[in-house]
Design a protein around this ligand. Structure first.
Ligand code: SAM
Length: 229
C-alpha cells in the first residue's frame, strides 16, 4: 500500500486523501486479480499511478458537471474508474465486450462503494439499443480502435452536442485526419487537445456530435471491418 500511496500522492496531488486511498485500493485489486486474469501489463506502482490513473483523469475538465458518461471498451476500468473516483458528480456507465473484465469491475465497484452500471455488450450492438442510443453527454474510449472506427462506435451513444473523447498518443492528429469521412457521415466534427504530462505527451481527440446519427450507424462489426468509413 505504501509505494502506491506515495506514487498516487505525487502524481495526483489535486485529489483528496479519500480519493487517493480509493485509487490505492483499486491498485491492490488490479494487481491481485491480474495474477488470475489478463487485466494490465503495467503493475509497478508509479507507472500505474501515471499511465493508468493520471492519464485517465487528464481530460476531466472537458466533462461538464453532472454529465452522463459511457466508457466504451473499459477493460480493467480505464479511464472510467479513476474518473469516477476523481469526479463523483459524473454519472458513469462502463461497457465492455468481455464478461470476465466486468466481473472484476463489479468487485471493484462493490469494494469502493461506486454505484456504476456495468454493461456487457459490443458497442456496435448497444449503439442501436434505445436504452443507450443518444443517451449520453460524453463517451470515452482508450486503446479500443482507430479514430475512424471509434466515431462509428461512440457517436451513436451521444446526445446532440455530446462529446466523444478518444484517448490517444502523438498519432492523434494523423488519426483525426484519416477519420474525416467518418466524421462527415456521422454528422460530427473533431479536434485534438494536447496534455503535457511529465511522463509523456498525451492527446485526446474530441469529437462533437452536431446532429442525430443516421439510423444505419453503427453497422455490424464485420461490415465495419470490411468497409471502414
Ligand atoms: N480502455 C481500457 C484501457 O485503456 O486499459 C482497455 C483497453 S483494451 C486494449 C480494449 C478493450 O475494449 C477490451 O477490454 C475489449 O474487450 C474492449 N472492446 C474492444 N472492442 C469493443 C467493442 N466493439 N465493444 C465493446 N468493447 C470492446
Amino acid at each position: 500500500m505504501n509505494d502506491i500511496f506515495v506514487a498516487v500522492q505525487q502524481t495526483l496531488p489535486q485529489l483528496n486523501e479519500e480519493q487517493q486511498k480509493k485509487l490505492c485500493l483499486f491498485y491492490e485489486m488490479l494487481v491481485d486479480w491480474n495474477t488470475r486474469m489478463n487485466l494490465t501489463a503495467i503493475t509497478e506502482p508509479m507507472e500505474v499511478a501515471q499511465k493508468h490513473f493520471a492519464d485517465s483523469i487528464l481530460p476531466e475538465k472537458l466533462l461538464k458537471n453532472g454529465a452522463a458518461v459511457i466508457d466504451v471498451g473499459t477493460g480493467a476500468g480505464f479511464p472510467g474508474i479513476p474518473l469516477a473516483i476523481a469526479r463523483p458528480d459524473l454519472r458513469f456507465t462502463l461497457m465492455d465486450a468481455l464478461q470476465k473484465r466486468l466481473t472484476f469491475l463489479a468487485a471493484v465497484c462493490g469494494e469502493l462503494g461506486l454505484n456504476i452500471p456495468l454493461v456487457h455488450a459490443r458497442a456496435e450492438e448497444a449503439g442501436k439499443n434505445p436504452l443507450y442510443r443518444a443517451k449520453f453527454d460524453a463517451a470515452l474510449s482508450r486503446a479500443v480502435a482507430s479514430a475512424g472506427e471509434l466515431c462509428e462506435l461512440t457517436v451513436p451513444f451521444l446526445k446532440e452536442n455530446g462529446l466523444s473523447l478518444m484517448y490517444k498518443g502523438p498519432q492523434a492528429d494523423a488519426e483525426l485526419a484519416a477519420a474525416k469521412n467518418a466524421l462527415n457521415l456521422l454528422k460530427a466534427r473533431g479536434e485534438t487537445v494536447a496534455f503535457d504530462a511529465a511522463w509523456g505527451e498525451r492527446r485526446v481527440i474530441v469529437v462533437k456530435k452536431l446532429a442525430p446519427t443516421p439510423d444505419v450507424y453503427p453497422r455490424a462489426s464485420g461490415v465495419m471491418k470490411k468497409k471502414p468509413l
